[in-house]
Structures are given as structure tokens and as C-alpha cells.
Design a protein around this ligand. Structure first.
Ligand SMILES: Cc1ncc(COP(=O)(O)O)c(C=O)c1O
Length: 377
């Protein structure tokens, strides 16, 4: 496995982020993590105590049948026509994506990705020898997050949805945030093209990521290959975690939880948007429609790693945009801002610090530009 060219820049970013993580006083607008206070610790604990020995035993690669039935029922509510035996339980959405990739694409080929893309999908594609492209490539499989994109927090543009379906190519549909749209729910693309769409989902965003439970619904001709790839990778998803989730779902009203979670995250998104409009009116972004983050850009170009270092000096973190790009661009300076991690009462202070960091960054960008400008004779 080769380390992709952008990897060393990523390591620099990671080093800065690790240093700042948990540093008292740094307010976090980075990371894209679910809020830990939403994890249902007590109910999960209750689910754990009733588990039988089967939850400690090996199992078939496709996963526990009760859990597969729950996932199929849940997806049918969003117009996906799926039966429980079509669901493969995975170790999170990340593994589902990896399996879908392994069974449907060839190393050396291109894969279509959004202009701003979930970084660990980009990194995975590169690690598997593929070339992610945000420009249209004729024969390429497409990776997309139609319900809610990471990092933008927005749905795929309706015209783009139509174009994707019309192209008749294979689609890897990452629905990791599908249950966390604040407004109207969209049926996944899978509902319109089940023979071409791999549908990927997870409990990481709506329950907790630590249990590592997700799912994959593969088109029929890839289903057995996917099951085999899962088996060869790790035999089965963690039976213990599957058992906990299965019992939790049987005991709790998950739909009610989803309504509560959407309101919880929408309040945080609104707090961030309001603070940005008030304190950094020149920042460009679209209002998020779900998920955990938004995508912001400045007209000025510059080094986004430097911007992160400046932000950390001012006591706030963000995610530099280069990690989200398939190709380094000169389209101004972009970055992801996470709203999921901070309570609304801290958002204004975080954005105040961000505004100071951006002002400092823009000032030094202007100074650098004028130092480079030719001196008139
Ligand atoms: C768009 C997207 N897909 C997949 C994943 C991976 O999720 P999981 O924890 O279920 O592996 C993430 C995690 O951040 C994500 O943002």
C-alpha cells in the first residue's frame, strides 16, 4: 500500500489536531464527532446485562438476524424495498464502503467523488489503488452522500441526483447521516436503482460509533461476493456489539430518539450559522440541512495548515479543507466547521475566536501578496 501524496500534509494536520485535542481552553469546531452526551449509556448498559452466550460466540458473516430485520424495516420506511436477508451487518459504514469497493471496482480505475468529500473515503479509495475524481469520468463508479454530505451538511443537488441515476453506473451511496436530516427525508438513491446502488448505513451517528455497527445492502449480483469479502476481512461484525444494539432497539423507541437527535443537532447548527453571520459576514457557506458540519470558504487563498495553527493559537479548532479535496485546488481557502460538539451557549465564543484567527490570517495573506507585488519603477 502506497502512501498517497497528500498523506504527509494530512499527518501535519493530524499532529496539530492531536496536540489540541482535549487541551483545556480550546473550543472545538473540528472532528465531526457525535456529541457524547447523546450516547444512551444507561439503556445500552441494560441491553448488555441481558445478553446470552450466543453474543460471545462466532456467528455467520452476514450478522444477527434480529438486527438485519430491524435494519430492513427501518430502510423500508424510507422507500427502500429490502428484505432482512439482503442486509449485511458490517463493522461500521467504513467497512461497508471498503467491501462495496472491493467487490465492484478494479484497482487503477477512477471513482467519481463530490468536490468536497469525506476524507476517509478519499484515503480508502487511494489506498485501494483507485483514483478519486471530482470531474465527470465516463465509466467511473460514483461515490456519493445524497441525503447529507460530509463536510457540507447539505443534500445532493436535485439535478445532480437525476444525473447520477441517469448515468447507469454503479453507485456507492453513503447514507451515514441519512437519519439526521433536519427537514424532509429523501428516499435513498437505492430506492430508484436497487440493481446498481450499494447502500451504506451505520449506527455510529445515531447511537454511538464505539460499538462499530453498520450495514451494507449490495445489489443482488454482488451480494454473495460482499458476504465473502466480509468473512475474509474479519469473519463477522462484533457479535457482542450486535447483540447490545439488537436488544437496545427491541427495548427503545428509536424513531423517537431520531426526532430528538435531529432537534438537538439542528439547534447546534443554528447557533453556529447565527454566530458566523454575525461575526464573520464575509465567510461563504451554505446552511447545513443535517449531519454534524458545514463547509466554509474564504476568497483569499493560503495554506490551510497555517490557518489551523493560527486558529489553535486563538483557542479554537477547525478542519483544514485540503483533506477533503480529491485534487489540491486553488479555489480559495476552505475548511470544515463542526457544530455537533459544542453546546449552543459556547458557539458564539468559539466563533468570536475563529473571527480573530481569520482576521489575522487574512491580514498576513494581504501582507504577503503586497510584498510579492512588483515595485513600480
Ligand atoms: C460520510 C461518512 N461515511 C462513513 C463514515 C464512517 O462511519 P462508521 O463509524 O460507521 O464507520 C463517516 C464517519 O465519519 C462519515 O462521515
Amino acid at each position: 500500500m502506497d502512501l498517497a501524496p497528500g498523506y504527509f500534509r494530512h499527518l501535519r494536520i493530524e499532529r496539530l489536531q492531536r496536540r489540541s485535542a482535549g487541551q483545556p481552553g480550546v473550543l472545538t469546531l473540528s472532528g465531526g464527532l457525535p456529541a457524547p452526551e447523546t450516547f444512551p449509556v444507561r439503556s445500552l448498559g441494560r441491553s448488555l446485562t441481558g445478553l446470552g452466550r450466543d453474543a460471545l460466540q462466532y456467528d455467520w458473516p452476514e450478522g444477527r438476524s434480529g438486527l438485519r430485520e430491524w435494519v430492513a424495516r427501518h430502510l423500508r420506511q424510507r422507500d427502500v424495498k429490502v428484505e432482512h436477508d439482503e442486509v449485511l451487518i458490517t463493522s461500521g459504514a467504513q467497512q461497508a464502503l471498503d467491501i462495496a469497493l472491493q467487490v465492484s471496482t478494479e484497482p487503477g480505475s477512477s471513482i467519481g467523488v463530490p468536490e468536497a468529500c469525506y476524507p476517509l473515503a478519499l484515503a480508502l479509495f487511494r489506498a485501494r489503488g483507485m483514483s478519486p475524481e471530482s470531474k465527470l469520468v465516463d465509466e467511473a463508479t460514483e461515490y456519493t452522500m445524497p441525503a447529507v454530505e460530509n463536510p457540507t451538511g447539505c443534500a445532493l443537488d436535485p439535478a445532480e441526483r437525476v444525473r447520477l441515476l441517469a448515468r447507469q453506473r454503479l453507485i456507492l451511496e453513503d447514507d451515514a447521516y441519512g437519519d439526521l436530516r433536519f427537514g424532509r427525508q429523501h428516499p435513498p438513491l437505492h430506492a430508484s436503482a436497487p440493481d446498481r446502488v450499494f447502500l451504506i448505513g451505520t449506527f455510529s451517528k445515531t447511537l454511538c460509533p464505539g460499538l462499530r455497527v453498520g450495514w451494507l445492502v449490495a445489489p443482488p449480483r454482488f451480494r454473495e461476493l460482499a458476504r465473502r469479502a466480509k468473512q475474509l476481512s474479519d469473519l463477522q461484525a462484533n457479535t457482542f456489539a450486535q447483540g447490545i444494539v439488537e436488544r437496545y432497539l427491541a427495548a427503545e423507541d428509536f424513531e423517537e430518539r431520531l426526532v430528538w437527535l435531529r432537534t438537538f443537532y439542528e439547534r447546534r447548527a443554528t447557533a453556529l450559522v447565527d454566530a458566523l453571520r454575525k461575526r464573520v459576514p464575509y465567510l461563504r457557506f451554505r446552511e447545513p440541512e443535517g449531519g454534524f458540519s458545514l463547509w466554509a470558504s474564504l476568497e483569499e487563498s493560503g495554506e490551510d495548515t497555517e490557518l489551523l495553527a493560527t486558529a489553535l493559537r486563538h483557542g479554537v479548532s477547525l478542519d483544514p479543507g485540503s483533506d477533503f479535496r480529491s485534487t489540491p485546488g486553488s479555489r480559495g481557502l476552505c475548511f470544515r466547521l463542526t457544530f455537533s460538539s459544542l453546546p449552543p451557549r459556547q458557539m458564539d465564543e468559539a466563533v468570536k475566536r475563529l473571527a480573530r484567527a481569520l482576521a489575522e490570517h487574512r491580514k498576513s495573506a494581504r501582507e504577503r501578496a503586497s510584498a510579492k507585488a512588483p515595485v513600480s519603477p
